[in-house]
Write a protein that binds this ligand. Structure first.
Ligand SMILES: C[S@@+](CC[C@H](N)C(=O)[O-])C[C@H]1O[C@@H](n2cnc3c(N)ncnc32)[C@H](O)[C@@H]1O
Length: 197
């Protein structure tokens, strides 16, 4: 019988073979794949993230709504930088029904979090604009990645990569890259006063 994708990925994770996980490259509309990742990045995408973190002197990422944390684990391996993954609903994530986690999750309930300014914020397939703006308002750093669908992808996120609806004019689009040819994008926003040298 064919081994399940989740089992294969867990085995590769235990062997620290993150590059082999990238090479799997399943279609993320596949239900099993989606339990692991909403976007399956390429090496080029990971290099793009790393270059942006280096360009803006960031020590890593705080990923909001990281799910099982597979993307974040892969980013930690490919960049060798710090990764913190935030989630809600500890009861679910510690229950026997959920998928195993690839990083330790930090649970945020009742706004009890402090975001480090030397880590970029990442929102990947996040879907709560109000919570998004709360996180952004509590963030004193200069770099935000929004990963989600571009036009024609047929999925929805809020914030969307190109119309994030920041509550202030402090954030401007610096760059973006498509996740392979999926119509999902990584959009990079920087704090406006960062532009003034
Ligand atoms: C569609 S999933 C995306 C998971 C993962 N980022 C990925 O791309 O595979 C959205 C995640 O956001 C989490 N979430 C929703 N509201 C949140 C909040 N206010 N703070 C942190 N995480 C939240 C959900 O629990 C869920 O795991």
């Amino acid at each position: 019988m064919e081994k399940s994708l989740i089992k294969e990925v867990i085995e590769l994770y235990k062997e620290n073979k993150w590059m082999d996980i990238i090479d799997k490259n399943p279609n993320v509309t596949n239900e099993e794949a989606r339990k692991l990742l909403w976007v399956w990045p390429s090496f080029k995408n990971l290099e793009f993230i790393k270059e942006k973190l280096n360009e803006f002197n960031m020590n890593g990422i705080s990923s909001i709504g990281c799910g099982c944390g597979l993307l974040e684990w892969i980013i930690s391996k490919s960049t060798r930088l710090e990764v913190i993954g935030y989630e809600i609903n500890e009861i679910w994530w510690t229950s026997k029904y959920c998928i195993p986690q690839f990083i330790n999750l930090t649970y945020v309930e009742n706004n009890n979090y402090i975001l480090k300014s030397n880590l970029a914020l990442v929102f990947c397939y996040f879907n709560d604009s109000e919570a998004f703006n709360d996180y952004v308002n509590n963030y004193e750093g200069n770099l935000i990645f929004i990963i989600g669908p571009g036009e024609g992808r047929g999925t929805h996120t809020d914030p969307s990569p190109f119309k994030p609806n920041f509550q202030t004019n402090n954030w401007v689009l610096n760059d973006y890259q498509e996740i392979k040819t999926t119509k999902d994008f990584i959009a990079v926003y920087i704090r406006y006063n960062n532009l003034i040298c």
